[in-house]
Ligand binder design. Structure first.
Ligand code: FA5
Ligand code: MG
Length: 414
């Protein structure tokens, strides 16, 4: 040995997520903010608007769907948010080259594990375990745009209900000639293997189940509408929108589960409906919460408003300060080839500690000669419960510019 110096041993970086350890690899893209959020479990916290929202919906299903006096829906609200890409995508028939798998849209722990992007990730396993009706509630993670109704961590409540022929046709006169399955063709209204009668009954049951839940939550004056939708794991598929502050806001996605999913989970004699709803969106509507960031507030003046209520009926949220005007600053830069906007949004979340209310893309331009692309973003700053001063905002904005150059390798135009 010449120098006595040893090469530093390369130890693989270890990540702690939801009480387990994982190796870091080239897929890892968890940010510190997201790792914090995994610990929060808002849906399990007493007196939080998310857990209140969950409770109201779960109670609705307990009360209205019983067999021999027992609730038929089993509830799972403590499944780990760490799932495999097989659970999140493959088991739901999401093709292996589908855009929704991209690293730029999801939080990967490493190549083999990710934070679930929806509660549908548990459908296959729960159906396989033999359940005929269940509700899953949990935190889900997506790299998404920034505005008052989108957050990279939010909560979904998923409902799934299976029917065999006897259950589905229970109220029909002519039970013997009716069946769930046929070798038919795929139509707008049904899958190839389903009969039209069966598909229509399942669709009707699905929509009625959701509508009656919404009626109980919001009363009869709520404005709802059904929109045709597409999900790789259901057909037909629908979305429910609800009027909120004068605008139609998407609350949930649903549909008739692809038969292949049931067959692979050992439930080939059943059909099923499934829905997945956003608890934040519903809670915003129910409690008059104007911004999705309030759910993450540690401010006593916010939290105390949801404490000590026996039900969710009479809670109307009062924003803590009268709404201050947003302050905004623009930021423009040339981006490297591999840039994706979600990288920038994640950076903003990490630098700004949630004083950013919204980011708007003002301009995207590719110079035809140099083939370089530049973006201009407008960043709107507003705290959910205190006024911001100009100096504080410009300091954060400067830090953001610096970080963009340092971490995203952009070429600042300032
Ligand atoms: C899904 O996640 C499907 N898994 C839903 C589903 C389940 C369809 C079962 C069919 C059968 P989607 O991506 O549309 O669908 O999200 C469902 C709901 O989550 C939305 O309607 C919305 O209420 C909420 N949501 C989606 N993205 C965000 C976000 N970034 N922040 C807050 N809520 C969101
Ligand atoms: Mg949607």
């Amino acid at each position: 040995q010449v120098s006595g110096k040893k090469e530093p041993e390369k130890t693989p970086q270890i990540l702690h997520v939801a009480e387990r350890e994982y190796f870091h690899d080239e897929w890892t893209n968890l940010s510190p903010k997201i790792l914090d959020a995994v610990e929060k479990k808002l849906h399990l916290r007493n007196d939080h608007p998310i857990s209140l929202m969950k409770e109201v919906i779960v109670q609705h299903f307990y009360k209205n769907y019983t067999r021999g006096g027992n609730p038929i829906f089993a509830v799972f609200d403590n499944l780990s948010p760490v799932v495999t890409p097989e659970q999140n995508f493959d088991q739901l028939l999401i093709p292996s080259d589908h855009v929704s798998r991209r690293k730029s849209d999801n939080y990967y722990i490493n190549k083999s594990y990710m934070l679930r992007a929806h509660t549908s990730a548990h459908e296959h396993d729960l159906i396989k375990s033999g359940l005929n009706a269940f509700i899953t509630v949990g935190d889900v993670y997506r790299r998404d745009t920034i505005d008052s109704t989108h957050f990279p961590v939010f909560h979904q409540l998923e409902g799934v209900r299976l029917f065999n022929a006897e259950q589905l046709f229970a109220t029909s006169d002519d039970k013997t000639s009716l069946s769930l399955f046929e070798k038919g063709e795929k139509l707008h209204e049904k899958q190839a293997c389903h009969t039209m009668e069966a598909a229509k009954l399942v669709e009707y049951n699905l929509k009625k189940s959701i509508e009656s839940c919404m009626l109980e939550l919001f009363g009869k004056d709520v404005q709802c509408r059904w929109i045709d939708a597409y999900f790789p794991f259901t057909h037909p598929s629908f979305e429910l929108e609800i009027k909120y502050n004068g605008e139609w806001v998407e609350m949930l996605g649903c549909g008739i589960l692809q038969q292949e999913i049931l067959n692979k989970a050992g439930a080939q004699h059943h059909m099923a409906w499934a829905f997945g709803l956003g608890l934040e969106r519903l809670a915003m509507k129910l409690f008059d919460i104007p911004d999705i960031r309030y759910f993450w507030s540690n401010d006593e003046a916010v939290l105390s408003q949801f404490r000590g209520h026996s039900d969710a009926k009479n809670i109307k949220f009062k924003p803590v300060t009268s709404k201050q005007p947003a302050l905004y600053h623009d930021i423009s830069f040339w981006v490297p080839k591999e840039f994706c906007v979600n990288d920038f949004y994640d950076l903003v979340r990490n630098i700004s500690s949630d004083i950013v209310e919204q980011i708007a893309v003002m301009d995207k331009f590719t110079n035809p000669k140099t083939d370089r692309t530049s973006y201009c973003f407008r960043v709107f700053y507003r705290h959910t419960s205190r006024p911001l001063n100009k100096l504080e905002v410009s300091e954060v904005h400067s830090a953001l510019k610096e970080a963009a150059v340092k971490y995203l390798d952009v070429d600042g135009r300032w």
